[in-house]
Design a protein around this ligand. Sequence first.
Ligand code: ZN
Length: 239
Amino acid sequence: MADNIRVTVWHEFRHEKTSAAVRAIYPDGMHNAIATALRDAGGMTVRTATLDEPEHGLSADVLNNTDVLTWWGHMAHQEVRDDIVERVRQRVWAGMGLLVLHSGHFSKIFKTLMGTSCDLKWRDADNREIIWFTAPGHPIVQGLADHIIIPREEMYGEHFDIPEPDETVMISSFSGGEVFRSGVTYRRGAGKIFYFRPGHEMYPAYHQKEVLHIIANAVRWAAPAAGSRVQTYGKHQPL
Ligand code: ZN
């Protein structure tokens, strides 16, 4: 793990601009709630980037200086430029960590890295969510007991159309009876990916300390190992 992890918190940042209810929960935007928590966690240099910035705030220079990228999108997935999705994908393959949050399950970057529809069941109706940890000792749940409770959240239910995860770190149950694989890991190329379910815009999940603790743990887990190098490919001479 690097001593100082360079994090870019990417956010679509549209709901806060169009909904007073969302703005009341996240006056500075979800990205700033997440970024502030990561700065407070220590050992990280954190910047934010949003959809409406030039190149969505994800220039080649920004991405080349990002160890871990977090991604929240929902209403404007289709507005994310394909060439920038490709730029992010190349960086993941080269070792950049990626945290995909909540409705980011339908983002272009997550779908292209998974190769499946990433579809799921949902119900936005004030559900209680219990996130159970199914990988004891995993770095992403370090410092927590065996579950956390989110009093009010949107429901996501199985089947979640993802490839079989490398690790299923968490499973959620909801007050409606549904279950969901709410924390799963993958490797794509040299990059580590963590999908983490909570974070509907109408509820304050990114103000809940356990949720933010998990995101900080996941950033540390996904950061490329110090000294890791880009691989070489192509025609090769015998050693
Ligand atoms: Zn949602």
